[in-house]
Write a protein that binds this ligand. Structure first.
Ligand code: SAH
Length: 279
């Protein structure tokens, strides 16, 4: 027997989460405080939450106590569910009359296959809503003390993936043109193929002295920032044991971290959990 949902209340109208609907929602990069109000509202209503491996487990604690929580990502070396399997699952749960929350790390439409899932829902005639989230390439930079743009450093920024569906560095990116045109590059899924990516950027005219930072497990209690240069990046990745998930940011903005300092301390999240447990 399911208990009644306990919706959050807001002093303004929220869109109703109706049975038979799928909400495709970004959970942000990790810190639960970076959820949108729509995301928190959806968590408090959903009958079933289908989430990726990148969604922080603290965020899932906002789900209804009786919600069914389904992990649809890679974990423990097991292969991830295939994309058609996940999309079919969303369709069949919605057709059972459930309120289906599809929760994805960061923003659902930034290198997150949210577009494929939305297309599958359209094809199946399942009604849905999209709730954007703070992507790790924005939230991670902010929590690392690296402004994505400043007037002095850059008038452009590019979001790039280092990993195509094929598993290799994407060949539909003109790396030389990118090197010339975007002074700040925010590269997702770049850890594995870093050597190839660095070579392409250097061949495109970027300097080996240019600052680069790895932001690992951004905005979580495990956040770690490793500052390097394009020329030293591969050696530092190996020497420092940089691990995914990590955002790689290349550009002069990285130097501003020296001025902003490590303003955010991951221990803050632990103390928040600690304080609320003590209440
Ligand atoms: N939709 C997600 C990206 C999914 S692709 C978003 O908008 O953030 C997966 C890649 O995202 C990871 O390999 C890593 O490069 C990046 N990523 C996601 N969450 C991260 C986090 N908390 N810290 C660092 N990188 C993260």
């Amino acid at each position: 027997m399911k208990t009644a949902p306990r919706p959050l209340s807001f002093p303004f109208p929220q869109p109703p989460f109706l049975p038979g609907w799928v909400w495709l929602v970004g959970a942000g990069p990790g810190d639960p405080g970076l959820l949108t109000l729509h995301a928190a509202h959806a968590l408090s209503w959903a009958d079933v939450v289908v989430h990726d491996a990148l969604v922080n487990t603290d965020v899932l604690r906002l789900a209804r106590a009786d919600a069914e929580v389904i992990h649809a990502g890679k974990r423990g070396g097991k292969p991830s569910a295939s994309q058609p399997d996940i999309s079919n699952r969303l369709v069949s749960l919605a057709r059972e009359g459930k309120r289906v929350l599809r929760l994805k790390g960061g923003d659902p439409f930034i290198f997150g296959r949210g577009g494929e899932e939305a297309r599958a829902l359209v094809a199946a005639g399942v009604p849905f809503r999209v709730v954007p989230g703070i992507t790790s390439g924005i939230g991670g930079l902010a929590y690392a003390g690296i402004p994505a743009t400043t007037r002095e450093t850059n008038a452009a920024i590019a979001f790039v993936t280092g990993h195509a569906a094929s598993g290799a560095v994407p060949d539909n990116v003109d790396w030389a043109a990118l090197s010339r045109s975007a002074s700040v590059l925010v590269i997702y899924m770049a850890v594995k193929h870093l050597g190839t990516i660095v070579d392409k950027l250097l061949a495109g005219g970027r300097s080996p002295e240019e600052p680069l930072a790895f932001i690992c497990s951004a905005t979580t209690t495990r956040q770690r920032v490793v500052v390097s240069t394009l020329g030293q990046a591969v050696a530092d990745r190996d020497a420092q044991g940089v691990e995914a998930p990590a955002i790689v940011v290349v550009g002069e903005v990285v130097r501003l971290r020296d001025q902003l300092g490590a303003w955010w301390d991951p221990a803050e999240l632990l103390s928040v959990v600690h304080d609320s447990a003590a209440e």
